[in-house]
Design a protein around this ligand. Structure first.
Ligand code: GDR
Length: 329
């Protein structure tokens, strides 16, 4: 194997963030090992997937994970694998707790026993916050999750902090606010809206069913955030960082941006579906990324309107190329 200072493991490598991050690391000359849930040797990923050394089978087995870390001896580990749907975590809380909390602990344990000098980036989430009186949030805002997903991410975030304090591991929590792209899974609201607008504009669909369109989020662009992940592990001290734009948009703003690009009025097509509302959801999730800006020189650069346009145009192009294509993301 090559130079160990440029060897990285990425969990969740086939997902939106994983695929962008693997591409960034390959560009920087890393030897990249990707762990995926899939059990085949050829999982789906964007870009240069043939250059990645794939390790299918997930993070569920401590012995296997210890062996893998020993064999690869990475300098950097990016832990992006998670059950990422907040709404679904209400339906399946135990599976989400295990997939988020259990996997993080197994990874920390493997690091502690096999490669204690490696550096870990853990993809934490804005969903660890939930008190509307504490907004915008920074790294010192008390954690107050209000979804099973958020509670599991809170647990994982604390475990990274505990391993940093107790064992001196180099563990970074990137507290990531929503971040989108053309590779976003089809169940997340931005991609669902951009795809819906494109489908309606081609006359292939009449309506789009949505939940709470008054909800607001701090939406950024995924490639900006993976740049932040890498940068956070190059700093000499491990810390937690908020990664966010600091700007709030409503779901309605996504609708306005995507539909107006296609000369459509979203009000004529959106059907509000009570079943898509969540039992609870945070209301004022706005990230203050001052620490990342001052310490790492990182900031979210891509504007909301720019990536919503890119996503909408990409959906239109995909549908025009292959009108009956299914969304398997
Ligand atoms: P979120 O993203 O839950 O914030 O988690 P999502 O895109 O699912 O929801 C954003 C907002 O849109 C509202 N909404 C709908 N959401 C979905 N998915 N489908 C709908 O039909 C719909 N209608 C309205 C939601 O109520 C919500 O307010 C994302 C994920 O990437 C997490 O993994 C990550 O940790 C957080 O962002 C930060």
């Amino acid at each position: 194997m090559g130079d160990s200072s440029r060897r990285a493991i990425v969990t969740g490598a086939a997902g939106q963030d994983g695929s962008y991050l693997c591409e960034l690391l390959l560009e920087k000359g890393y030897e990249v090992h990707g762990i995926t849930r899939e059990t085949t040797e050829n999982p789906k990923a964007g870009g240069q997937q043939s250059a990645i050394v794939w390790h299918p089978g997930g993070l569920g087995d401590q012995g296997r994970l210890d062996d893998l870390l020993e064999q690869v001896a990475p300098r950097e580990i990016y832990h992006l694998a998670a059950a990422s749907h907040v709404a679904k975590s209400f339906d399946n809380p135990w599976a989400v707790t295990e997939a988020i909390g259990g996997n993080t602990v197994r990874l920390l344990e493997a690091m502690r026993s096999v490669c204690p000098d490696a550096r870990l980036f853990h993809a934490s989430s804005a969903e660890i916050f939930g008190n509307p009186d504490q907004s915008p949030q920074n790294e010192n805002t008390p954690l107050a999750p209000i979804s099973p997903y958020g509670a599991a991410k809170t647990f994982s975030t604390h475990m990274v902090r505990i391993y940093r304090q107790a064992y001196g591991l180099f563990g970074v929590n990137g507290i990531l606010y929503n971040h989108e792209s053309v590779r976003r899974g089809g169940d997340f609201v931005t991609r669902k809206i951009c795809r819906g607008a494109a489908t309606i504009s081609l006359g292939q669909q009449e309506n789009l069913h949505l939940g709470n369109i008054e909800a607001a989020r701090d939406w950024g662009y995924a490639p900006d955030y993976v740049r932040g992940m890498w940068t956070s592990l190059q700093h000499d001290k491990p810390m937690d960082y908020i990664m966010a734009t600091g700007r709030l948009h409503r779901v309605k703003d996504v609708l306005e941006a995507a539909f107006s690009l296609l000369n459509l009025d979203w009000r004529e097509h959106v059907v509000i579906d009570e079943d898509l509302f969540r039992p609870t959801e945070p209301t004022r999730l706005i990230g203050d990324a001052s620490r990342a800006r001052q310490t790492l020189g990182w900031q979210a650069e891509t504007r909301f309107e720019t990536f919503i346009q890119e996503m909408t145009e990409s959906e239109l192009e995909k549908l025009s190329d292959s009108p009956n294509q299914e969304d398997h993301s």
